[in-house]
Design a protein around this ligand. Structure first.
Ligand SMILES: *Cc1c(COP(=O)(O)O)cnc(C)c1O
Ligand SMILES: [Zn+2]
Length: 447
């Protein structure tokens, strides 16, 4: 594959098998490990400075220049423009927020929130889907499928519709937030609700895709992660093309963290950035596989020679205990993250740290984010809760520049929000005040 602009390569250094970009395989047929999209950069006309990408703002009447993903297209150069599917994803702007910063222990002007809830389906997943669907179109796929905790299905359903593809989404029983389920149904996806959790759905969907030849849209799909790299480019753009000190992101299936690590590695390699920021990945305590394996089992990338036995033993123990993850942050309620190894690589590249935060900490952070003007779903707030924890531990300094990724929209999961406020679950609860239907008494109540 040495001469091609782009190819797929197995991440296992002992295998490192290479495959054509047009192969629809998702896992290395030789060893079963994950695949990357790899580029021969000298064959791609990459702008000399990141700033040059900013010029595309002037052409935003052109769909590919309007897209917050495709305006960085040279950095994810795996298909011709004619295959690209876009519905103006990535129109997100990073915002500085001193009140949320104060809550987390940051000095003024140091905390930035990258609100990905502004995407067409209301979560960052659209950054990945625009890329994966472009690949699907390139290889002529007619039907696709995904397993989902909710947002993947919403995004898949939206993009499948916009490029005329049939789609089937697999969700677990009962654990999906209402906003997300409503989207999958409304956007016309065939929705299959399996009697099990996300990890069960993930296993089923891989087998079903293999058997029926459906195009798989989970973050196992390396092209999806190519699209998600651009979230980091927009953060750098938001800082006037400077790199922050820290990126903080919730960790579920670990696609985002993997994509972010790859983005920074490539930008450094290309000489487009001088320094790689540190990465903090935040689990929920009820779904803390990554935190447990990294911090307690000392699992590391080790130049790609990951200790597979540690992982196998860990999962065998989860199975033996019939463990099912549990958190109100349903988007990260995952105990067997498919991108685990790529995430270990990202931790290595970015000198990363992993932490787990409680549901209470997540809900408090979410209420603070909401109160000061952005709002997000529970999983997203794990980033700010994680930042607060890392500030308390002294790992992140009060005047470092931090970008927290708010992964999904506040309206995705109204139940968690309403319960927090109405049932006065935390110090930031803002319940409605009951009032008689009486003018004078109402007047007295208003402060
Ligand atoms: C999918 C999702 C996550 C988890 O992202 P991964 O890339 O799977 O780690 C976090 N937050 C929201 C809102 C999501 O939809
Ligand atoms: Zn392999």
């Amino acid at each position: 594959m040495g001469k091609q602009v782009v190819f797929q390569r197995c991440i296992n250094p002992d295998c490192a098998a290479e495959y054509d970009v047009s192969e629809v395989i998702f896992k290395c047929p030789k060893c079963g490990d994950l695949l990357d999209a790899q580029y021969n950069w000298d064959k791609i006309d990459v702008p000399k400075k990141l700033k040059d990408f900013g010029k595309r703002w002037a052409n935003r009447n052109l769909p590919l220049d309007l897209s917050g993903v495709w305006r960085f297209r040279e950095l994810l150069n795996f298909c011709d423009d004619k295959y690209k599917v876009t519905i103006a994803e990535g129109q997100t702007i990073m915002q500085s927020n001193d009140e949320v910063g104060k809550f987390a222990g940051m000095k003024a002007g140091r905390l930035f929130l990258q609100y990905e809830g502004l995407n067409p389906s209301g979560s960052f997943k659209d950054n990945g889907m625009t890329a994966a669907f472009s690949h699907a179109k390139m290889v002529g796929a007619k039907s696709c499928a995904c397993a989902s905790t909710g947002n993947t299905s919403a995004s898949v359903a939206l993009y499948a519709h916009s490029c005329g593809m049939k789609c089937t989404v697999f969700i677990g029983s009962g654990r999906i937030a209402f906003g997300k389920l409503s989207q999958a149904m409304d956007y016309g996806a065939q929705t299959i609700q399996i009697n099990g959790d996300f990890d069960d759905c993930m296993k089923q969907v891989q087998d079903v895709c293999m058997k029926l030849g459906l195009y798989l849209l989970n973050s196992l799909n390396p092209f999806r992660l190519e699209g998600q790299k651009t979230i980091m480019l927009r953060i750098i753009e938001g800082l006037g093309w400077e790199v922050p000190d820290w990126i903080v992101v919730p960790g579920g299936n670990l696609g985002n963290s993997s994509a972010f690590g790859k983005a920074f590695y490539e930008l450094k390699q290309l000489g487009l950035i001088k320094r790689i920021p540190r990465l903090a990945i935040i689990n929920a305590t009820g779904a803390d596989t990554l935190a447990d394996m990294v911090n307690n089992k000392k699992l590391v990338w080790n130049n790609g020679n990951v200790n597979n036995k540690t992982i196998a033993d860990y999962y065998a123990d989860l199975t033996a205990r019939k463990f099912s993850p549990h958190t109100c942050a349903s988007a990260i309620e995952i105990s067997r993250p498919v991108n685990l190894k790529k995430c270990l690589r990202a931790i290595d590249v970015c000198n990363g740290v992993v932490r787990a935060v409680s549901d209470e900490a997540i809900c408090d952070a979410k209420a603070v984010i909401g109160k000061y003007g952005l709002g997000c779903e529970p999983a997203s707030a794990a980033s700010v809760a994680g930042l607060k924890l890392l500030r308390d531990e002294g790992i992140i300094g009060t005047d470092e520049r931090v970008a927290c990724v708010l992964t999904g929209h506040a309206l995705k999961d109204p139940n968690v929000t309403v319960n927090y406020h109405k049932e006065k679950q935390g110090p930031f609860s803002n319940p409605p005040i009951e009032a008689p239907n009486d003018f004078d008494q109402i007047i007295k109540l208003i402060k």
